[in-house]
Design a protein. Structure first.
Length: 259
């Protein structure tokens, strides 16, 4: 395969990851190639599990699609509350922290309501609202378009925004954890945002409930082994025991922390 063809197919995959679905015609126009060429690209990409072709467009397969935010937020409430309480115990009054998007980081924000004097840098609007009840907190938000119904902000502007700050802690989740510990997300913009806050924080706090182990998502980020602390509600299945053994000194199992 020529390098030009390889780069085009990688770009097509990235575009579908970002948008969820794109038309074949728009791809031909975007890459300035014939419909026949794009169809060959699409056919090759759809031989895998991640993409499939439906009525003139390319879509992410259902198992790679994200669950609506409100549905995620309402699942495993006790587990996420335990993670939130355990993580909040690691963050003292007066701390500066990044909080990423997602329902589990939101649980951490809700558990931080008893803290005072926090400086919170976040693109998670629900987390910002939860922490706005304490008037001694300082909350800093990026500009840009709000993504609904998730109530968060993503994009290159957010990366520039996070790049202007340094923090004591970065609190973030993941859509899934691969067998080798890879952190999976549904959009490459989410991966880049997580990487940026981890680079700019003294401690990275990965907060994930047990259901995320083995869950599929298309965009690969960092690895669980590279995180400073990993806070989970319960231990996952035996297949992940070797992975957790490697990070046992940084692993906090939050069972019993819920109040």
């Amino acid at each position: 395969m020529s390098s030009k063809k390889h780069r085009r197919r990688e770009a097509i995959s990235a575009l579908v990851l970002e948008q969820g679905a794109v038309t074949v015609g728009s791809l031909a126009e975007r890459f300035d190639v014939s419909m026949q060429t794009i169809r060959r690209d699409v056919d090759a990409l759809c031989e895998g599990d991640m993409l499939h072709r439906v009525h003139g467009r390319v879509e992410l397969s259902e198992e790679f699609l994200n669950t609506p935010f409100d549905q995620r937020a309402s699942t495993n409430l006790m587990g996420k509350r335990a993670i939130g309480e355990a993580t909040a115990n690691l963050i003292p009054d007066g701390s500066t922290l990044f909080i990423s998007i997602g329902s589990t980081p939101l649980s951490v924000a809700q558990s931080l309501r008893r803290r005072k004097g926090l400086t919170v840098i976040t693109n998670n609007l629900s987390a910002a609202m939860a922490l706005s009840e304490e008037v001694s907190n300082r909350i800093i938000l990026p500009g840009g378009e709000v993504r609904l119904p998730d109530r968060d902000i993503l994009g290159n502007e957010v990366l520039d925004f996070f790049g202007r700050f340094r923090a004591d802690f970065a609190v973030f989740g993941a859509a899934g954890i691969a067998d080798d510990g890879g952190l999976l997300e549904f959009h490459t913009t989410e991966v880049r945002a997580t990487q940026k806050i981890c680079e700019n924080a003294q401690q990275s706090l990965l907060v994930i409930d047990g259901s995320k182990f083995g869950r599929q998502a298309p965009a690969l980020g960092g690895n669980i082994a590279d995180m400073d602390r990993i806070i989970i509600d319960r231990r996952p299945g035996d297949q992940f025991a070797p992975l957790l053994t490697k990070i046992n000194d940084r692993l906090l199992v939050a069972e019993g922390h819920a109040t």
